[in-house]
Each structure stands twice: as structure tokens, then as C-alpha cells.
Ligand binder design. Structure first.
Ligand code: HEM
Length: 422
């Protein structure tokens, strides 16, 4: 059986043989090689060096420390994402289902996924950003900026005092829980992420995850009462109005809480980090504020806040000439794909003037990020520009240290910042 070939609208320079995903009837596929040189320490130290080496040397490889076959070329990642019949999101995912209480849309395929996804889309479209959420996100950024000012230019840390609260407040509003303290939303998010990845079955992680799930579900139960009386534009309200079961509404709201904070937070700090590294880009944005959008996109590309997506195969297939058996655990390495020279010209360069701008930092295919426009509006157009507009001489404070963390969800854990005056 031949699987459908994937198409990449508007792309060039893609080696056609990489795009083929087909079952092995008439060719001699190669066995997947083992990349046993990958260690957790290396990933923690410099994950991008590991991912680019995989792309260069072993584009399809069994990586024992990750327990999966990792696929790195952009064209192959896109082809896999566009073929959920073979590269399934639904098969498996038991940890996320346990963490969130029921299977959320990101762990469904086909019609079951499409039915739930189409319900939340209207709340998250550019039009909705323009007409409704932009105002809400601006208010959140202003409140958070006031708090950042209060911390002061000597002690302020952009991750702790601005990026985390602004991302959590925006997400709280999107899920219809604007009254919940951002610290609770952020803690729930961290606990759901830890639970979804708790492959070692650590009982403490499950205990924290259960507690957060109960708190979040209680808050949603309360919100359901008022949203049934007075619907609003939150994704929770839209899901309730659609007649979706309350269990599914909760699972999808918890999914948004777990997946919609870390990444915008990391893009906020990442954008400031790159502007500090490339002052000529900062000067370019001063001259042309229309470039804030390009800054956001280029940051999502080079940072790739979600470095890897997981899938499980439902049939034998051949990717880039390698035989992948049915039932394989797969990692689609977005961080490598976004640095693939066959996909992006001069991929290691941070550039806003690319003639063709493309990346798969938001994924591709049916599960492509639902919150892309919300993140672009809330962070790229509002929160990050506001820092430079409102704080005179806003800059990274190099007298204090910067730190990074994570190799699946990667971002700055500390970014000291300062400005002139109080
Ligand atoms: C810069 C910020 C963000 C990045 C880089 C990002 C990245 C991603 C990626 C890569 C996926 C695909 C997952 C997969 O295929 O398995 C995804 C899905 C998703 N994202 Fe985001 N995300 C961001 C912000 C947000 C925000 C703010 C929300 C809040 C609503 C959100 C909600 C979702 C949801 C609900 C899905 C699942 C969609 C589906 O299954 O159809 N994301 N995101």
C-alpha cells in the first residue's frame, strides 16, 4: 500500500525522496541506525548541537536514551505530521490522558480530532485577536509591566517577573478563568506537563498533578455555571456551547493550560535575548516597527520552544529510505527541522529579512498549533514591544547571569534585565 505523498505548499529546495512515506512493498529499505552517542547530559548542555548532529549524520535514528526513533529533516517531519493515519497522535499518550483526566484533542486523530478542534478555532483566529483579545492581552501586559517596574532595574528578571505572569494571565483569559491567580495557572501548567511526561511513574509527580487537576477542574466547574448563563469568547465557553461533554471540555481546557504558557513565555524572553545579541536588528525594528512580527516568527524558528513532537506508527513505513516498523515510538525533531538547510537558507543565522520565511515551530498538519495567533498577538505584538516602548534604555543586564533549561521544552530560565531610572 502506498501512503499519500505530502505536499509542502510554497516551499522550494526540498529533496523529493525525503517526502516519500510508503509501506515497504517494492524496495529494500535500510534498517534504522542507532545513535547511542546521544546522552541526557549532552542534551541538557546543548540540545541544539545534538539535534543538528542527528540531522547531519543520522536523519532517522533510534535514540536509546529517548526510547524513540527520531526523525530530523524538515520535509520528513512535515510528511509525518501530514500523515496521521500512519504517524498517529491517538495511539498511546496514556500519560497525558492520565494527567489531564481524559483524552484531549491533541491525542485524537481524524474526525474525532477535527470535531473538537473546529469548536475552538473561532476564538483563536486573527479576527478574534483584533476585535477582542488584543485589548485583554494589552491590559495583562500593562499590569505585569507595573509589577516589573516595582521589582526595579537592579533585581528584575524577565522570565520570572514578566514573561511567566503575562503568558499565564493571557492563557487564563483564553480558557475563561481570568479571575484565577496567574501563579495557580502557572503551577497547574507545570504539573500537567510533568505528569504528561512522567514515564518513570514518579509518585510525587503524579500526586502534584492530581492536586492541580482537582483544583483546575473545580475552577472550571465554577466557570461553567457563569459561562452557561453568560457565554463569552473564551475557548471553554465555545466548547460548552457546542454541546461537547464536560469531561472533554475540561480535558481540552487543561490541554491549553499545559501547552499554552511555557512556549509564549519562552518566546518573550527569547525575543529580548536575540535583540540583545543582534543590535542591528533592534535598530531595524526602531526604523520599521512592522518587523515585530518577523522577530516573533524568527524567534519561534530558532528557539523552537517545543523541540520534539511525539507520534506512534500504526503501520510499517519507509522514511528517507529507512524502514520504520508499525508500533514504533517516534520523535519528530522540530528543533532540527527548523535548522535544516534544505528547508531554511543559512539556518543558524537570526535574520528578519528572509525572502521566504518558513519554520515548523508551530507544527504542521491537522494538529498545527491552535494558539499561534494568540501567542503572536499577546507576546510578539504587545508584550515584547511594550517593554521597549515603556522602559527607557530597556536592555539585558550582563552583570548578572543568564540561564537556559530543557531540551524538549526549551527556553531561558533566567534573563536579568535593567533600564534607566526607576
Ligand atoms: C509561541 C507559542 C507556541 C508554540 C511554539 C506552540 C507550539 C505548538 C505545537 C508545535 C503544536 C503541535 C503539537 C502536535 O502536533 O503534537 C501545538 C499544538 C497546540 N497548541 Fe500551541 N504553541 C504555542 C502557543 C499556544 C497557545 C498560547 C495556546 C493557547 C490556546 C496553544 C494551544 C495549542 C493547542 C490547543 C494545540 C493542540 C492543537 C490540536 O491538537 O489540534 N498553543 N502548539
Amino acid at each position: 500500500m502506498k501512503m499519500k505523498e505530502s505536499t509542502m505548499t510554497g516551499t522550494t529546495n526540498v529533496r523529493p525522496e525525503i517526502l516519500r512515506i510508503e509501506t515497504a512493498d517494492n524496495q529494500q529499505p535500510m534498517p534504522v541506525p542507532v545513535a547511542d552517542w546521544v546522552t541526557i547530559e549532552q542534551l541538557q548542555r546543548d540540545s541544539n548541537a545534538v539535534y543538528t548532529r542527528l540531522l547531519r549524520e543520522s536523519p532517522v535514528a533510534w535514540v536509546p536514551v529517548m526510547g524513540r526513533i527520531m526523525i530530523s529533516p524538515a520535509a520528513a517531519c512535515i510528511a509525518a505530521e501530514q500523515n496521521p493515519e500512519v504517524f498517529s497522535s491517538e495511539v498511546g499518550g496514556a500519560h497525558m490522558v492520565r494527567a489531564l483526566g481524559q483524552r484531549p484533542m491533541i491525542r485524537k486523530d481524524g474526525q474525532a480530532h477535527a470535531q473538537e478542534r473546529k469548536v475552538i478555532n473561532p476564538a483563536l483566529r486573527p479576527k478574534s485577536m483584533l476585535e477582542h483579545w488584543g485589548e485583554v492581552f494589552r491590559k495583562n501586559a500593562k499590569t505585569t509591566l507595573t509589577e516589573l517596574r516595582a521589582v526595579g532595574p537592579v533585581a528584575a528578571d524577565l522570565n520570572t517577573h514578566f514573561a511567566a505572569p503575562v503568558a499565564a494571565r493571557n492563557l487564563a483569559a483564553l480558557v475563561g478563568l481570568p479571575h484565577v491567580p496567574w501563579q495557580d495557572i502557572a503551577r497547574w501548567s507545570a504539573d500537567f506537563i510533568a505528569g504528561s511526561g512522567n514515564v518513570t511513574e514518579d509518585p510525587d509527580i503524579w500526586a502534584r498533578c492530581e492536586k492541580s487537576k482537582t483544583e483546575a477542574n473545580d475552577a472550571l466547574d465554577e466557570a461553567f455555571v457563569s459561562l452557561r448563563k453568560t457565554p463569552d469568547l473564551s475557548i471553554t465557553s465555545l466548547m460548552l456551547q457546542s454541546g461537547m461533554s464536560e469531561q472533554s471540555v475540561k480535558a481540552n481546557a487543561l490541554l491549553a493550560i499545559s501547552g499554552g504558557i511555557n512556549e509564549p513565555q519562552h518566546v518573550a524572553t527569547g525575543s529580548v535575548y536575540y535583540l540583545d545579541r543582534y543590535p542591528e536588528i533592534r535598530a531595524g525594528i526602531n526604523r520599521d516597527p512592522g518587523l515585530w512580527d518577523a522577530l516573533f516568527e524568527e524567534t519561534v524558528r530558532l528557539l523552537t520552544p517545543i523541540a520534539m513532537l511525539t507520534r506512534q506508527t500504526t503501520a510499517d513505513s519507509v522514511v528517507c529510505g529507512y524502514h520504520i516498523p508499525a508500533g514504533s515510538q517516534i520523535g519528530l525533531v522540530l528543533a532540527a527541522a527548523n535548522r535544516d538547510p534544505d528547508f531554511v537558507q543559512d539556518p543558524e543565522q537570526f535574520r528578519l529579512d528572509r525572502p521566504v520565511r518558513r519554520h515548523i515551530g508551530f507544527g504542521n498538519g491537522p494538529h498545527m498549533c491552535a494558539g499561534k495567533w494568540a501567542a503572536q498577538t499577546g507576546i510578539g505584538r504587545i508584550a515584547v514591544p511594550m517593554l521597549f516602548e515603556e522602559l527607557t534604555g530597556f536592555r539585558v543586564d550582563h552583570s548578572r547571569s543568564t540561564s537556559w533549561g530543557g531540551f524538549i521544552f526549551r527556553g531561558l530560565t533566567n534573563l536579568p534585565v535593567t533600564w534607566d531610572g526607576q
